[in-house]
Every structure is written in C-alpha cells, then in structure tokens.
Design a protein around this ligand. Sequence first.
Ligand code: GTP
Ligand code: ZN
Length: 220
Amino acid sequence: MDTRAELPTREYTPTDATHTASGQCLSGLLLAGRPTRLEAEAAVRTLIRWAGDNPARPGLLDTPARVARAYEEWFGGYDQDPVALLERTFDEIGGYNHAVELRDIPFDSFCEHHMAAIRGKAHIAYMPVNRVVGISKLARVVDACARRLQIQERLTDDIAIAIEDALQPAGVAVIIEAEHGCMTSRGVHAHGTRMVTKRMLGVFETDADLRREFLSSLGM
Ligand SMILES: Nc1nc2c(ncn2[C@@H]2O[C@H](COP(=O)(O)OP(=O)(O)OP(=O)(O)O)[C@@H](O)[C@H]2O)c(=O)[nH]1
Ligand SMILES: [Zn+2]
C-alpha cells in the first residue's frame, strides 16, 4: 500500500529543502510536500519519453513502479534522523583515551546538481569523552546522510555535525573520497577522478599532531 499517498500535500517551495543549523535536512517538511507514488510514476514515464523511448512498450511497463521503489531506497535518508541513530552510547570504556577511527565506510549518494551517483568511502575519527557509540552506528549515520541529494562538502559536514551533536566528543574528523558520476559518465568524462573532502572539529581542528596522525593512518 502506498502510505505516502495519504500524507497531506501542499505546494513545495525551495525553502523546504534547507538544512538546520546542525546540518540536518528538514525531512518532516519534505515529507509533507511529497507527491503521491502515482505522480512519481507519471514523472518517470515523462522522463522515459524525454530519453526517446516508449513507456508503453512491454519492457518498460513496470519500470516507473520499479524506479519509484528504487527512489525509496536511494533517498531513504530523508526519513532518518542521523543524530537519533547515535542515541545509544556505552560509558564503560575503562581508561581508553585515544581517538576511535572507522575507515573505508562505503556509501552511495546522489549529486544535487545532476542527480547522478556519488560513490565513495568515508573515514571517521572521534575523540570520545566518557562514552562511545556502537561502531555500526557510525556507518548508519554515513548512510542516512548520503541517501539524499547532496554535494560532497555538505555530506562531509552533515556527518561530522551529527556525531558532534549526538556524542559531544572532544573532536570529530570526517574525510570523504568519492567518484562523481556527473564527472565520469557525462560532462567532462574524467574517469578515475576522486574528490576528497575533510571536516575537522574540536581537537582535530586545533591539534595538528592528532590531525596528522589520522591523515597518515589513511595514507594521506
Ligand atoms: N563542489 C562540488 N561540485 C560538485 C559536486 N557534485 C557535482 N559538482 C559540480 O557541480 C557543477 C555544476 O556545474 P554547472 O555548470 O551548473 O553544470 P553543468 O553545465 O552540467 O557542468 P559540467 O558538469 O561541467 O558539464 C559541476 O562542475 C559539477 O562537477 C560536489 O559534490 N561538490
Ligand atoms: Zn553532479
């Protein structure tokens, strides 16, 4: 059943898509402005015709419904609150007083300029203060922030701010390396080009040695 079809709808305005000070998308507002699934499927048929094909031919008949379902996965991040994913913490960390690092977290995102795939990996470090988070939750935060329309700079910032908001650590570092489909499969066709972005907060911003240690552990 299409539950979205029952949501109250109103006119979408560009300001709906703004981010809060903590970098999180106002997903509640976005939800309220969503079209129905039938409208989304009709839009896919329009794009198929725009591409030059016939949405009524047998091979394409089920495609709009598949694309709508795929969008629910690809853009499922709008339904998730990254900070809430980090709610459960563990405070029995003994005398542990170093950074916690999680490297090579894969993600799939979409650039907000072309809606083309951004595929890459994120590296996260944070300096805990009295409590840590389950490491899978860091990968979930990356996923929730990635499965939206993004630019890589904001994706990097969203992840860092969510960790800072939720854990109040002494510092957070987020590095993302990614390939942008809009630069490889179209446009400048620069295959193999990777964009690297970094966001350093707290001690990772103020302590050059700590920052260097994290970067060199990544071979940077
Ligand atoms: N800074 C930044 N730029 C991005 C990101 N993803 C895509 N872009 C760039 O966004 C720009 C959009 O530029 P436009 O000139 O408006 O679009 P375009 O005519 O399709 O540009 P080309 O891609 O050069 O063909 C392009 O240069 C993209 O490479 C991102 O995550 N961060
Ligand atoms: Zn793009």
